[in-house]
Every structure is written in structure tokens, then in C-alpha cells.
Design a binder for this molecule. Structure first.
Ligand code: GLU
Length: 325
């Protein structure tokens, strides 16, 4: 068996909240109870959405919670850099490989063109699946070289030509999942026309390069997994194990957002909450311990088991900070 390697991969677009902490705790416990290595990777690919200070704050918040990691932006490691904005060469190499295999094509259609297909059933992200009829019928053999070196008209996104065979995978929390990527989303973007690499490409390339054996993340990313598996296989890799942790919801049953600022780790800490109280509460909400008693993250390592992790979303009480004080 290869050594267990898990990761936490925050985007520095906001302050970590209780839901992020809960997912990070599970990802960390899953690795630590099998003496694996935990990797921190900063997913800062979208410059306009970067929030100054968020990357440092995320590390500080999770250390406060009692988590640690073996490789990452602040200590380096064998797969450095651990910051996506510095990893462009890896993404370029992957695009080149996909182009050689005929799995990549340039696309000049806009989001608006897709939206205009109003009669088509809407799939993921509110958009209809990319129509197969929009694939170029034939591309010149050297199209990618011309595209990359700028001798062909650019202003195009690069899309991945998906496979028609449905993807089936087992998720440690959600069970067996099957998705037909071609009818759910169709050919998806790997590099945007403005030159930014898409999340789907970067996450797959980095998980493969960093030898990640398990991906533990929020259930909101379950819908990306089948796409990522197709991409991993096209790049000659083996998909990791997956676990999508149910989301934490606010008292109105909504996904936590910027409006729930009282539920960030920084706000709870400022309100006088001790990390052990929060860790115990999160472990209880996950089904790992029978009552919300104060515990350190390390205390939970021996009792961790995927079989216990709850499958339903967790609704937070409005007075969480008072309850935990
Ligand atoms: N960077 C993503 C996020 O913060 C997580 C990506 C992943 O775990 O695959 O939502």
C-alpha cells in the first residue's frame, strides 16, 4: 500500500468558518490515524477573488484548532511550490499532453453563447452542457503549438474533450456515485480565454504530482469529482480515494457565506471560544463522539473512523459562540 497522503487546499478568498474547520478536521484525522502525511496547498488561481491576508489567516486558524501539516507553503517539502499561482509550468505540461492525445480543443464560444441555448436542459452551474456539435471537426496537427506560441489567433479558452462513458466512483461518505459527464456538463474549460487555469485542471495536476492518495473536501465539490476522474485518467493517473464531507448550514438551512461572519474561526476565537470546545463540538456533530465534550484534535486520532462520519448536513444553532464559551 502506498503511504497515505491527504491534503487541505483552501482558496484564499475569505476567512475560514466552522464548516471549513469541520472538513479540515476530518481530512487531518483521516491522515493522522493512519500515520500519513498531510499536505497544505494554497489554491490562489483567481487573482480578483484573492483576499489579502486570507492565506496567512487560514494557516493561523487551523493551527489554533490544533491541526498541523508536513508540507506546505510555510515549510516547503518535496513537491514545492505548494502555491498554485507558482505552478503554471505543471499545468502547461498537462495541457500539452492532453493536446497530443486529441483531448483538448480551443473554443471561442462565450458563456453567453451557452446561456442562449435556452431550450436545452440546464446542467451544472446553471449552464446547459457544452454541445458536442460545437467541437471542432478537425484541427490542424500543429494547432496547439501555434496556439501556445501565439502565432494562431488566441482569444480562445481550452476545453477538455470528455468521454461518453459514465464515471462511477465510491465515496467514503456519500457511497456509490455515477455521473455521465458528457450529458451533465460536457466538454469543460481547462484554461480560460483570459489565461487563467481552471480549478479542475489545477487540482488534478497538483493532486497527481503531489502523490495525493485521498481527497477529503466539502460535499459542494462532489459535482466536480466525475470530471476530475476523467481528467486524471486522461493524464495517465489513478484517482485517489474520495470523501465529501456534508456541509455545515446556518440556522436558515443555507450554506455558510460571508454574511455568517460570526461563524468564522477568527470571530469565535475573539468571542473567547477555546479550540478544545470547538473541536469537541465538531467531532460530536460529525458523529465521532457521543457528546460535545472539550477535546484536542490529537485526542480524536484513535477514535476516528470513516464508518462513523455522519452523512447529513449539520445545522448550526444561532448562538454557537455562547454555547461554546
Ligand atoms: N480550493 C477549493 C476550495 O477552497 C478546494 C478544492 C479541493 O479540495 O479540491 O473550495
Amino acid at each position: 500500500m502506498p503511504p497515505v497522503r491527504g491534503r487541505y487546499a483552501p482558496s484564499p478568498t475569505g476567512w475560514l468558518h466552522v464548516g471549513n474547520a469541520r472538513t479540515a478536521l476530518v481530512a487531518w484525522l483521516s491522515v493522522r490515524h493512519r500515520q500519513g502525511r498531510f499536505v497544505w496547498r494554497l489554491e490562489d488561481l483567481d487573482p480578483p477573488r484573492r483576499l489579502p491576508g486570507a492565506a496567512e489567516a487560514a494557516e493561523r486558524d487551523l493551527r489554533w484548532l490544533g491541526l498541523d501539516w508536513d508540507e506546505g507553503p510555510s515549510m516547503g517539502g518535496p513537491y514545492a511550490p505548494y502555491v498554485q499561482s507558482e505552478r503554471g509550468a505543471y499545468y502547461e505540461a498537462a495541457l500539452e499532453r492532453l493536446a497530443e492525445q486529441g483531448r483538448l480543443f480551443p473554443c471561442r464560444r462565450s458563456r453567453r453563447d451557452l446561456q442562449a441555448l435556452a431550450s436545452a436542459p440546464h446542467g451544472r452551474e446553471g449552464l446547459p452542457p457544452y454541445p458536442k456539435a460545437w467541437r471542432p471537426r478537425r484541427l490542424p496537427p500543429d494547432w496547439y503549438d501555434a496556439f501556445r506560441t501565439g502565432t494562431a489567433p488566441a482569444e480562445a479558452a481550452l476545453r477538455f474533450r470528455v468521454d461518453d462513458t459514465p464515471v462511477t466512483f465510491h465515496d467514503r461518505v456519500q457511497g456509490r456515485i455515477t455521473e455521465a459527464v458528457d450529458t451533465a456538463v460536457g466538454d469543460f474549460v481547462l484554461k480560460r480565454r483570459d489565461g487563467l487555469y481552471a480549478y479542475q485542471l489545477a487540482v488534478v495536476v497538483d493532486d497527481l504530482h503531489m502523490g495525493i492518495t485521498e481527497v477529503v473536501r466539502g460535499a459542494d465539490l462532489l459535482a466536480s469529482t466525475a470530471r476530475q476522474i476523467q481528467l486524471i485518467e486522461a493524464l495517465g493517473g489513478t484517482p485517489p480515494a474520495y470523501a465529501h464531507v456534508p456541509l455545515v448550514l446556518n440556522e436558515h438551512g443555507e450554506k455558510l457565506s460571508k454574511r455568517d461572519e460570526g461563524l468564522t474561526l477568527a470571530a469565535l476565537r475573539a468571542a473567547g471560544v477555546r479550540p478544545e470546545r470547538l473541536v469537541g463540538y465538531l467531532a460530536w456533530s460529525l458523529g465521532l463522539i457521543p457528546s460535545p465534550e472539550p477535546l484536542s484534535a490529537a485526542d480524536l486520532i484513535p477514535c476516528f473512523s470513516w464508518d462513523r462520519v455522519s452523512r447529513s448536513p449539520w445545522v448550526l444553532p444561532p448562538d454557537l459562540a455562547e454555547r461554546l464559551r
